[in-house]
Design a protein around this ligand. Structure first.
Ligand code: NAD
Ligand code: 6OD
Length: 486
């Protein structure tokens, strides 16, 4: 297959840079293409185009016209479904079945849902008494913030990017997207989609490149960017927050996690194994909501460990375009080195390795890819590195617990606060425990079951703010109050 060129998308045109770097497939390290690296001039051009678009045809559209256009964007993604699936298979090696059922449909849905929400949100108004008895009418209007900088991770590129671009555009903003340097494909394809359906030039812009001292940093430091929405590592969030403080610009952050799974002895055992199997190993563990700490009530502990071992060993990594593959490779050699360093640490810190711990044997060209074995540990103290730090690999530690209070304390004993999954058939307990876990989202007897109208985000070091439904409007619009003396 010919190597692709991943160019920036600025003011409705694909433009290149003199500097490029390679994108390689995680499955076999073969070349996908060359990514153009944006510097200050590309970022300046993209921000200028986005600023100009705010007052052009985009800024003149009614909410209904904008919403109709975003529906067309979604329909065009769906029409070019196969190309989006292929682009993400190339970029992240995620199994085709997952892309077809989750990532790409969600990429389209993220445009439709926010287009519909924006049309249906009322503004507030108050009648205010005044000393002369005539009163005053106060009412609020929502206006777009302006140019929104969207900085994205690699683990679910289209889903996570459109989760921000969808509401930002629905609210009338324009965007400059900085995709991850690992995953240029679908953000670039989306530029073609925008042109095809007639989104005015400058509304959606993409600048490729790295983070620090590259496109990411130049974008977040740019004073023409009114607000920054970011998904990625907690320490990157800290760097972006510093950049945003210059000019007092708003941020919305979805950051790392070290999520607990809690399994009570009264759970539906098979469903709990299925659920924790997904939450620990799906997308090769590269899901921010994934479970890397599992706490199981002692009476079922041994049976649970044995059954999850069987489950993990059934999830053999394989080529993403095989219908039966459920787990792909890690994103890069660098990330594999990080994950394997934790596999090593677990060993030296005294873990019992229940299964995995190494690199699987892969056939043919796949042997050049960045594969790791799904891995389960037991017997580590709560101070162990693999229990404290986010690994972002297909692995979990399982520990027993005896008391409800004890497991709540264990689950909360982390700097992060993104998600939890609880498995029990006792409804009272489910409500009681869920309310005490310090996270943005708790799933009971499920995991990653999403309703896009609900508030999504993290507590503690897992994020700032909530996106989803009307909550996205809080970030992507500014409210203005108008007071009329009657
Ligand atoms: P990352 O922080 O390394 O990179 C994310 C993006 O930030 C990339 O586009 C990168 O180029 C850019 N970047 C890096 N340094 C920058 C800087 N100084 N200034 C501006 N931009 C910069 O994260 P990643 O490795 O791509 O993604 C994995 C991480 O994302 C994990 O920690 C995971 O938990 C987290 N994540 C969180 C959520 C959530 O919803 N909370 C969702 C997905 C991923
Ligand atoms: O489902 C979503 O909206 C979302 N933001 C998922 C995040 C997944 C993290 O990897």
């Amino acid at each position: 297959m010919a190597a692709k060129q991943f160019r920036h998308f600025i003011d409705g045109e694909f433009v290149g840079s003199s500097k490029t770097f390679e994108k390689r497939r995680p499955t076999d390290n073969s070349l996908v293409g060359h990514i153009h690296e944006g510097g200050p001039s590309e970022v300046n051009a993209a921000v200028a185009a986005a600023q100009a678009a705010l007052t052009g045809p985009w800024g003149q559209m009614t909410i209904d016209q904008r919403a109709a256009l975003l529906h067309k964007v979604a329909d065009e993604i769906t029409r070019r479904f196969g190309e989006f699936v292929q682009a993400e298979m190339d970029d992240i090696g995620q199994p085709m079945t997952m892309l077809e059922h989750i990532a790409i449909p969600r990429g389209a849905a993220n445009f439709k849902i926010f287009a519909d929400i924006v049309k249906n949100v009322p503004a507030e108004s108050f009648m205010t008494p005044t000393p002369d008895g005539a009163g005053a009418l106060n009412y609020a209007i929502r206006v777009p913030k302006g140019v929104v900088g969207v900085v994205c991770p690699w683990n679910m590129p289209l889903l996570l990017m459109t989760w921000k671009v969808g509401p930002a555009l629905a609210c009338g903003n324009t965007v400059v997207v900085k995709p991850s340097e690992e995953t240029p494909g679908t953000a670039t394809l989306l530029g073609e989609v925008m042109n095809a359906v007639g989104v005015p030039k400058g509304v959606y812009n993409v600048v490729h490149g790295f983070g620090a001292n590259s496109a990411g940093e130049f974008l977040t430091r740019h004073q023409g960017v009114a607000a920054i929405t970011f998904t990625g590592e907690t320490r990157t969030g800290a760097a972006i927050m510093k950049a945003a403080s210059d000019g007092i610009r708003d941020v919305s952050f979805e950051l790392g996690g070290k999520n607990a799974g809690i399994v009570f002895a009264d759970c539906d055992f098979d469903k709990a194994i299925e659920g924790i199997g997904r939450s620990a190993f799906m997308n090769c563990g590269q899901v921010c909501l994934g479970t890397e700490r599992v706490y199981v009530e002692r009476p079922i502990f041994d049976r649970f460990v044995a059954a999850l071992k069987t489950k993990a060993e059934s999830m053999t990594p394989g080529a993403p375009d095989e219908k039966t593959t459920v787990i792909g490779p890690l994103i890069s050699d660098e990330h594999r080195r990080k994950v394997l360093s934790y596999y090593e640490k677990a060993k030296t810190e005294g873990a019992t390795i229940v299964t995995g711990g190494g690199i699987p044997k892969m056939p043919g060209e796949l042997a050049n890819g960045f594969w790791v074995e799904p891995t389960i540990w037991t017997d580590l103290p709560e101070t162990a590195s693999v229990i404290r730090e986010e690994i972002f690999g297909p692995c979990c530690h399982i520990a027993p617990f005896d008391k409800e209070d004890e497991v709540i304390r264990l689950a909360n004993d982390t700097d992060y606060g993104l998600s939890t999954t609880i498995w029990t058939t006792n409804l009272s307990r489910a409500h009681r425990v869920a309310a005490q876990i310090e996270v943005g989202i708790t799933w009971i007897n499920s995991w990653f079951l999403r309703d896009l109208r609900t508030p999504f985000g993290g507590s503690k070091r897992s994020g700032i703010g909530r996106e989803g439904g009307v909550h996205s409007l809080e970030f992507y619009t500014e409210q203005r109050n108008i007071c009329i003396k009657l």
